[in-house]
Design a protein around this ligand. Structure first.
Ligand SMILES: *[C@@H]1O[C@H](CO)[C@@H](O)[C@H](O)[C@H]1NC(C)=O
Ligand SMILES: *[C@@H]1O[C@H](CO)[C@@H](O)[C@H](O)[C@H]1NC(C)=O
Ligand SMILES: *[C@@H]1O[C@H](CO)[C@@H](O)[C@H](O)[C@H]1NC(C)=O
Ligand SMILES: CC(=O)N[C@H]1CO[C@H](CO)[C@@H](O)[C@@H]1O
Ligand SMILES: CC(=O)N[C@H]1CO[C@H](CO)[C@@H](O)[C@@H]1O
Length: 338
Protein backbone atom coordinates (compact mmCIF):
# COMPACT_ATOMS: atom_id res chain seq x y z
CA UNK A 1 0.00 0.00 0.00
CA UNK A 2 1.51 3.32 -1.06
CA UNK A 3 1.57 6.06 1.50
CA UNK A 4 2.38 9.71 1.05
CA UNK A 5 4.54 9.57 4.17
CA UNK A 6 6.55 6.52 3.05
CA UNK A 7 10.30 6.86 3.56
CA UNK A 8 12.23 7.64 0.36
CA UNK A 9 13.88 4.64 -1.36
CA UNK A 10 17.20 6.38 -1.84
CA UNK A 11 18.90 9.36 -0.24
CA UNK A 12 18.92 12.66 -2.08
CA UNK A 13 22.59 13.39 -2.62
CA UNK A 14 24.25 15.91 -4.93
CA UNK A 15 26.00 14.32 -7.95
CA UNK A 16 29.43 15.24 -6.59
CA UNK A 17 28.81 13.26 -3.41
CA UNK A 18 27.43 10.31 -5.40
CA UNK A 19 30.53 10.30 -7.56
CA UNK A 20 32.90 10.36 -4.59
CA UNK A 21 30.95 7.60 -2.85
CA UNK A 22 31.10 5.39 -5.95
CA UNK A 23 34.81 6.05 -6.36
CA UNK A 24 35.55 5.09 -2.78
CA UNK A 25 33.61 1.83 -3.17
CA UNK A 26 35.38 0.95 -6.43
CA UNK A 27 38.70 1.74 -4.82
CA UNK A 28 38.11 -0.42 -1.76
CA UNK A 29 37.03 -3.34 -3.95
CA UNK A 30 40.13 -2.95 -6.13
CA UNK A 31 42.65 -3.02 -3.31
CA UNK A 32 41.19 -5.80 -1.14
CA UNK A 33 42.38 -9.23 -2.26
CA UNK A 34 40.54 -12.46 -1.92
CA UNK A 35 43.42 -14.00 0.04
CA UNK A 36 42.87 -11.42 2.80
CA UNK A 37 45.79 -9.12 2.00
CA UNK A 38 45.54 -5.52 0.90
CA UNK A 39 47.29 -3.83 -2.01
CA UNK A 40 48.71 -0.91 -0.04
CA UNK A 41 50.72 0.44 -2.94
CA UNK A 42 47.60 0.79 -5.05
CA UNK A 43 45.57 2.19 -2.16
CA UNK A 44 48.15 4.92 -1.61
CA UNK A 45 47.30 6.33 -5.03
CA UNK A 46 43.72 6.89 -3.90
CA UNK A 47 44.47 8.09 -0.39
CA UNK A 48 45.02 11.81 -0.87
CA UNK A 49 47.10 13.13 2.01
CA UNK A 50 47.03 16.46 3.71
CA UNK A 51 50.30 17.92 5.02
CA UNK A 52 50.43 19.38 8.50
CA UNK A 53 50.43 23.19 8.71
CA UNK A 54 52.40 24.04 11.85
CA UNK A 55 53.07 27.70 10.97
CA UNK A 56 50.27 29.15 8.89
CA UNK A 57 46.75 28.51 10.18
CA UNK A 58 44.10 27.18 7.80
CA UNK A 59 40.70 28.60 8.79
CA UNK A 60 42.23 29.51 12.15
CA UNK A 61 43.62 26.03 12.89
CA UNK A 62 47.25 24.89 13.08
CA UNK A 63 48.26 21.24 12.81
CA UNK A 64 51.42 19.27 13.45
CA UNK A 65 52.48 15.67 14.00
CA UNK A 66 53.79 14.24 17.25
CA UNK A 67 55.40 10.83 17.66
CA UNK A 68 54.01 8.82 20.55
CA UNK A 69 56.05 5.63 20.06
CA UNK A 70 58.55 5.36 17.23
CA UNK A 71 59.03 1.60 17.71
CA UNK A 72 55.58 1.07 16.16
CA UNK A 73 55.23 4.33 14.20
CA UNK A 74 52.49 5.53 16.52
CA UNK A 75 51.83 9.22 16.04
CA UNK A 76 49.06 11.74 16.43
CA UNK A 77 48.21 14.77 14.36
CA UNK A 78 47.32 17.68 16.62
CA UNK A 79 44.82 20.31 15.44
CA UNK A 80 44.90 23.47 17.54
CA UNK A 81 42.34 26.24 17.07
CA UNK A 82 43.13 29.88 17.64
CA UNK A 83 41.06 30.43 20.75
CA UNK A 84 41.46 32.32 23.98
CA UNK A 85 38.63 30.41 25.68
CA UNK A 86 39.66 29.81 29.32
CA UNK A 87 39.50 26.03 28.80
CA UNK A 88 39.66 23.99 25.64
CA UNK A 89 38.36 20.42 25.66
CA UNK A 90 40.47 17.72 23.99
CA UNK A 91 39.02 15.30 21.44
CA UNK A 92 40.99 12.11 20.90
CA UNK A 93 39.79 11.17 17.45
CA UNK A 94 39.92 7.81 15.64
CA UNK A 95 39.36 7.86 11.88
CA UNK A 96 37.21 5.31 10.09
CA UNK A 97 38.24 2.93 7.31
CA UNK A 98 37.30 -0.52 8.59
CA UNK A 99 40.53 -0.75 10.69
CA UNK A 100 42.38 -1.29 7.39
CA UNK A 101 42.28 1.99 5.47
CA UNK A 102 43.22 5.64 5.77
CA UNK A 103 45.24 7.52 8.37
CA UNK A 104 45.71 10.63 10.41
CA UNK A 105 46.90 12.36 7.25
CA UNK A 106 44.05 11.36 4.92
CA UNK A 107 42.55 14.39 3.29
CA UNK A 108 38.91 14.02 4.37
CA UNK A 109 39.83 13.24 7.96
CA UNK A 110 42.26 16.13 8.24
CA UNK A 111 39.46 18.38 6.96
CA UNK A 112 36.93 17.03 9.45
CA UNK A 113 39.35 17.33 12.38
CA UNK A 114 40.03 20.91 11.42
CA UNK A 115 36.30 21.67 11.29
CA UNK A 116 35.76 20.09 14.71
CA UNK A 117 38.72 21.98 16.18
CA UNK A 118 37.43 25.30 14.91
CA UNK A 119 33.72 24.86 15.48
CA UNK A 120 33.72 23.47 19.05
CA UNK A 121 36.50 24.88 19.67
CA UNK A 122 38.69 21.99 20.88
CA UNK A 123 42.15 20.57 20.48
CA UNK A 124 41.73 17.50 18.27
CA UNK A 125 44.29 14.69 18.32
CA UNK A 126 43.88 12.36 15.34
CA UNK A 127 45.47 9.01 16.17
CA UNK A 128 47.49 7.16 13.54
CA UNK A 129 46.76 3.67 14.87
CA UNK A 130 48.17 0.56 13.16
CA UNK A 131 46.07 -1.01 10.42
CA UNK A 132 44.82 -4.50 9.63
CA UNK A 133 45.41 -7.01 8.11
CA UNK A 134 49.12 -6.41 8.83
CA UNK A 135 48.18 -5.62 12.45
CA UNK A 136 45.10 -7.27 13.89
CA UNK A 137 43.01 -6.92 17.03
CA UNK A 138 43.92 -5.72 19.63
CA UNK A 139 46.75 -3.54 18.17
CA UNK A 140 44.33 -0.74 17.28
CA UNK A 141 42.86 -0.69 20.80
CA UNK A 142 46.34 -0.83 22.34
CA UNK A 143 47.43 2.15 20.26
CA UNK A 144 44.36 4.16 21.26
CA UNK A 145 44.81 3.40 24.93
CA UNK A 146 48.54 4.13 24.83
CA UNK A 147 47.85 7.61 23.48
CA UNK A 148 45.87 8.27 26.68
CA UNK A 149 48.76 6.99 28.76
CA UNK A 150 51.16 9.19 26.82
CA UNK A 151 48.99 12.26 27.50
CA UNK A 152 48.86 11.40 31.18
CA UNK A 153 52.55 10.89 31.62
CA UNK A 154 55.06 13.40 32.93
CA UNK A 155 55.72 16.36 30.71
CA UNK A 156 54.69 14.84 27.38
CA UNK A 157 52.05 17.44 26.69
CA UNK A 158 54.34 20.46 27.04
CA UNK A 159 54.53 22.05 23.60
CA UNK A 160 51.91 19.61 22.35
CA UNK A 161 48.85 21.17 23.94
CA UNK A 162 48.17 24.90 24.29
CA UNK A 163 48.11 26.15 27.89
CA UNK A 164 44.30 26.46 27.92
CA UNK A 165 43.77 22.80 26.91
CA UNK A 166 42.32 20.85 29.82
CA UNK A 167 43.25 17.17 30.24
CA UNK A 168 40.40 16.72 32.69
CA UNK A 169 38.00 17.46 29.81
CA UNK A 170 38.89 14.77 27.29
CA UNK A 171 36.50 13.14 24.83
CA UNK A 172 36.92 9.96 22.82
CA UNK A 173 35.53 10.36 19.32
CA UNK A 174 35.48 8.41 16.10
CA UNK A 175 33.43 7.28 13.17
CA UNK A 176 32.79 3.80 11.78
CA UNK A 177 35.73 1.57 12.81
CA UNK A 178 37.07 4.59 14.69
CA UNK A 179 33.89 4.64 16.81
CA UNK A 180 34.30 0.92 17.51
CA UNK A 181 37.84 1.71 18.64
CA UNK A 182 36.68 4.66 20.76
CA UNK A 183 34.19 2.38 22.51
CA UNK A 184 36.79 -0.23 23.40
CA UNK A 185 39.30 2.39 24.52
CA UNK A 186 36.56 3.88 26.73
CA UNK A 187 35.95 0.46 28.31
CA UNK A 188 39.65 -0.05 28.96
CA UNK A 189 40.04 3.43 30.38
CA UNK A 190 37.05 2.93 32.68
CA UNK A 191 38.61 -0.29 34.02
CA UNK A 192 42.01 1.27 34.59
CA UNK A 193 40.95 4.73 35.60
CA UNK A 194 42.96 4.63 38.83
CA UNK A 195 46.22 4.56 36.82
CA UNK A 196 45.52 8.01 35.42
CA UNK A 197 46.40 11.20 37.22
CA UNK A 198 45.49 13.92 34.74
CA UNK A 199 43.42 12.48 31.92
CA UNK A 200 39.67 12.33 32.47
CA UNK A 201 37.29 11.10 29.78
CA UNK A 202 33.98 12.92 30.11
CA UNK A 203 32.29 11.96 26.84
CA UNK A 204 32.20 9.46 23.99
CA UNK A 205 31.23 10.66 20.52
CA UNK A 206 30.20 7.60 18.54
CA UNK A 207 29.58 8.42 14.89
CA UNK A 208 28.02 5.53 12.95
CA UNK A 209 30.02 2.86 14.83
CA UNK A 210 31.14 -0.26 12.97
CA UNK A 211 29.86 -3.37 14.76
CA UNK A 212 29.15 -6.85 13.48
CA UNK A 213 27.67 -10.19 14.41
CA UNK A 214 27.20 -13.63 12.89
CA UNK A 215 23.47 -13.23 12.46
CA UNK A 216 22.56 -10.56 9.91
CA UNK A 217 20.35 -7.75 11.09
CA UNK A 218 17.37 -6.56 9.10
CA UNK A 219 18.98 -3.33 7.90
CA UNK A 220 22.09 -5.23 6.75
CA UNK A 221 20.15 -7.48 4.41
CA UNK A 222 17.57 -4.91 3.36
CA UNK A 223 20.01 -2.18 2.44
CA UNK A 224 22.75 -4.41 0.98
CA UNK A 225 24.74 -3.33 -0.96
CA UNK A 226 24.51 0.10 0.60
CA UNK A 227 26.43 3.28 -0.04
CA UNK A 228 30.08 2.63 0.96
CA UNK A 229 29.05 -0.29 3.24
CA UNK A 230 28.16 -3.73 1.88
CA UNK A 231 28.12 -7.16 3.50
CA UNK A 232 30.88 -8.34 1.18
CA UNK A 233 33.13 -5.48 2.28
CA UNK A 234 32.33 -5.65 5.99
CA UNK A 235 32.82 -9.45 6.05
CA UNK A 236 36.25 -8.95 4.46
CA UNK A 237 37.15 -6.26 7.00
CA UNK A 238 36.15 -8.37 10.01
CA UNK A 239 38.18 -11.30 8.67
CA UNK A 240 41.16 -9.00 8.28
CA UNK A 241 40.81 -7.57 11.79
CA UNK A 242 39.58 -10.27 14.17
CA UNK A 243 41.96 -12.96 15.49
CA UNK A 244 42.32 -15.88 13.09
CA UNK A 245 39.67 -18.49 13.77
CA UNK A 246 37.18 -16.25 15.55
CA UNK A 247 33.83 -15.19 14.13
CA UNK A 248 31.89 -11.93 14.10
CA UNK A 249 30.37 -12.62 17.51
CA UNK A 250 33.79 -11.82 19.00
CA UNK A 251 33.50 -9.19 21.76
CA UNK A 252 35.33 -6.67 19.57
CA UNK A 253 32.69 -6.76 16.82
CA UNK A 254 29.52 -7.79 18.63
CA UNK A 255 29.81 -5.71 21.77
CA UNK A 256 26.36 -6.64 23.06
CA UNK A 257 26.32 -10.26 21.87
CA UNK A 258 27.12 -13.66 23.34
CA UNK A 259 30.72 -12.72 24.25
CA UNK A 260 29.96 -9.20 25.45
CA UNK A 261 32.08 -7.60 28.14
CA UNK A 262 29.66 -6.39 30.81
CA UNK A 263 29.91 -2.66 31.31
CA UNK A 264 27.08 -2.10 33.79
CA UNK A 265 29.54 -2.03 36.70
CA UNK A 266 31.90 0.40 34.97
CA UNK A 267 30.92 3.60 36.71
CA UNK A 268 33.45 5.64 34.82
CA UNK A 269 32.06 4.81 31.38
CA UNK A 270 31.48 8.25 29.83
CA UNK A 271 28.24 9.86 28.65
CA UNK A 272 27.75 8.94 25.00
CA UNK A 273 26.12 10.28 21.85
CA UNK A 274 25.46 7.85 18.97
CA UNK A 275 24.86 9.12 15.43
CA UNK A 276 22.91 6.93 13.01
CA UNK A 277 21.86 7.38 9.36
CA UNK A 278 18.75 5.96 7.68
CA UNK A 279 20.56 4.56 4.62
CA UNK A 280 23.41 2.96 6.54
CA UNK A 281 23.13 -0.85 6.53
CA UNK A 282 24.76 -0.77 9.98
CA UNK A 283 21.95 1.30 11.52
CA UNK A 284 20.19 -1.58 13.33
CA UNK A 285 23.43 -2.55 15.06
CA UNK A 286 24.08 1.05 16.02
CA UNK A 287 20.60 1.38 17.48
CA UNK A 288 21.17 -1.87 19.34
CA UNK A 289 24.40 -0.41 20.73
CA UNK A 290 22.47 2.60 21.98
CA UNK A 291 19.83 0.35 23.61
CA UNK A 292 22.52 -1.78 25.21
CA UNK A 293 24.29 1.25 26.70
CA UNK A 294 20.95 2.40 28.09
CA UNK A 295 20.15 -1.06 29.51
CA UNK A 296 23.62 -1.03 31.11
CA UNK A 297 22.67 2.16 32.95
CA UNK A 298 24.82 4.53 30.88
CA UNK A 299 23.98 8.08 29.93
CA UNK A 300 23.42 7.96 26.17
CA UNK A 301 21.57 9.83 23.46
CA UNK A 302 20.74 8.80 19.90
CA UNK A 303 20.66 11.23 16.98
CA UNK A 304 19.27 9.99 13.67
CA UNK A 305 19.64 11.35 10.15
CA UNK A 306 16.93 9.48 8.21
CA UNK A 307 18.04 10.66 4.77
CA UNK A 308 21.80 10.13 5.17
CA UNK A 309 24.33 7.39 4.31
CA UNK A 310 27.38 5.87 6.02
CA UNK A 311 30.17 8.47 6.44
CA UNK A 312 27.91 11.34 5.30
CA UNK A 313 29.60 13.86 7.53
CA UNK A 314 32.87 13.55 5.59
CA UNK A 315 31.16 15.38 2.73
CA UNK A 316 31.16 19.07 3.68
CA UNK A 317 28.83 19.91 0.78
CA UNK A 318 25.97 18.21 2.68
CA UNK A 319 24.14 20.54 5.10
CA UNK A 320 23.69 17.53 7.42
CA UNK A 321 27.46 17.39 7.80
CA UNK A 322 27.59 20.85 9.41
CA UNK A 323 24.46 20.08 11.43
CA UNK A 324 26.19 17.03 12.89
CA UNK A 325 29.29 18.99 13.81
CA UNK A 326 27.05 21.49 15.61
CA UNK A 327 25.46 18.63 17.53
CA UNK A 328 28.87 17.33 18.53
CA UNK A 329 29.60 20.82 19.81
CA UNK A 330 26.39 20.89 21.89
CA UNK A 331 27.19 17.48 23.34
CA UNK A 332 30.71 18.59 24.30
CA UNK A 333 29.36 21.66 26.09
CA UNK A 334 26.68 19.65 27.86
CA UNK A 335 29.31 17.24 29.20
CA UNK A 336 31.63 20.07 30.24
CA UNK A 337 28.85 21.74 32.21
CA UNK A 338 27.67 18.52 33.87
C1 LIG B 1 47.93 -12.70 -1.79
O1 LIG B 1 47.85 -12.35 -3.16
C2 LIG B 1 48.82 -11.39 -3.60
C3 LIG B 1 48.53 -10.97 -5.03
O2 LIG B 1 47.95 -11.96 -5.77
C4 LIG B 1 50.21 -11.99 -3.44
O3 LIG B 1 51.19 -11.07 -3.87
C5 LIG B 1 50.41 -12.32 -1.96
O4 LIG B 1 51.68 -12.94 -1.79
C6 LIG B 1 49.33 -13.25 -1.45
N1 LIG B 1 49.50 -13.37 -0.02
C7 LIG B 1 49.22 -14.49 0.68
C8 LIG B 1 49.48 -14.45 2.14
O5 LIG B 1 48.78 -15.47 0.14
C1 LIG C 1 57.70 2.88 10.19
O1 LIG C 1 57.47 3.55 8.97
C2 LIG C 1 58.57 3.49 8.07
C3 LIG C 1 58.25 4.37 6.87
O2 LIG C 1 56.97 4.12 6.38
C4 LIG C 1 58.83 2.04 7.71
O3 LIG C 1 59.94 1.94 6.84
C5 LIG C 1 59.11 1.24 8.98
O4 LIG C 1 59.27 -0.12 8.67
C6 LIG C 1 58.00 1.40 9.98
N1 LIG C 1 58.37 0.78 11.25
C7 LIG C 1 57.59 -0.09 11.88
C8 LIG C 1 58.11 -0.63 13.18
O5 LIG C 1 56.50 -0.44 11.44
C1 LIG D 1 58.59 17.95 34.28
O1 LIG D 1 59.41 19.08 34.05
C2 LIG D 1 59.86 19.72 35.25
C3 LIG D 1 60.57 21.00 34.87
O2 LIG D 1 61.47 20.79 33.80
C4 LIG D 1 60.75 18.76 36.02
O3 LIG D 1 61.17 19.34 37.23
C5 LIG D 1 59.93 17.50 36.34
O4 LIG D 1 60.75 16.54 36.96
C6 LIG D 1 59.34 16.90 35.07
N1 LIG D 1 58.43 15.81 35.45
C7 LIG D 1 58.52 14.58 34.95
C8 LIG D 1 57.57 13.56 35.49
O5 LIG D 1 59.33 14.26 34.09
C1 LIG E 1 49.51 5.71 7.90
C2 LIG E 1 50.00 7.10 7.68
O1 LIG E 1 50.05 7.59 6.59
N1 LIG E 1 50.31 7.77 8.79
C3 LIG E 1 50.89 9.09 8.76
C4 LIG E 1 50.36 9.96 9.88
O2 LIG E 1 51.04 11.19 9.84
C5 LIG E 1 52.43 11.12 9.99
C6 LIG E 1 52.97 12.49 9.89
O3 LIG E 1 52.59 13.15 8.71
C7 LIG E 1 53.04 10.29 8.90
O4 LIG E 1 54.44 10.14 9.14
C8 LIG E 1 52.38 8.93 8.91
O5 LIG E 1 52.90 8.17 7.84
C1 LIG F 1 25.92 -4.29 18.62
C2 LIG F 1 25.53 -5.52 17.89
O1 LIG F 1 25.81 -5.63 16.71
N1 LIG F 1 24.91 -6.49 18.60
C3 LIG F 1 24.42 -7.75 18.02
C4 LIG F 1 25.12 -8.97 18.61
O2 LIG F 1 24.53 -10.14 18.12
C5 LIG F 1 23.16 -10.28 18.41
C6 LIG F 1 22.75 -11.65 17.93
O3 LIG F 1 23.24 -11.89 16.64
C7 LIG F 1 22.40 -9.16 17.73
O4 LIG F 1 21.02 -9.27 18.01
C8 LIG F 1 22.93 -7.84 18.25
O5 LIG F 1 22.30 -6.76 17.61
Amino acid sequence: MASAAAAPKSPSLPWKTRLLVSLSSVCSDLVTRRNGTLNRRLFRLFDFKSSPNPVKPIHGVLSFDVIVDSSRNLSVRVFTPRSDAPTLPILIFFHGGGFAFLSNASFSYAAVCRRLARRIPAVVLSVDYRLSPEHRFPCQYDDGFDVLRFLDHGNNTIGLLPPNADLSKCFLAGDSAGANLAHHVAVRFSRQKSQFQKVKIIGLISIQPFFGGVKRMESETQLDPGYIVSLKRTDWLWRAFLPEGSDRDHSASNVSGPNAEAIAELEEFPATVVFVAGFDPLKDRQRRYYEWLKESGKKVELIEYPNMIHAFYLFPELPESSAMIDQVRSFVFKCMEA
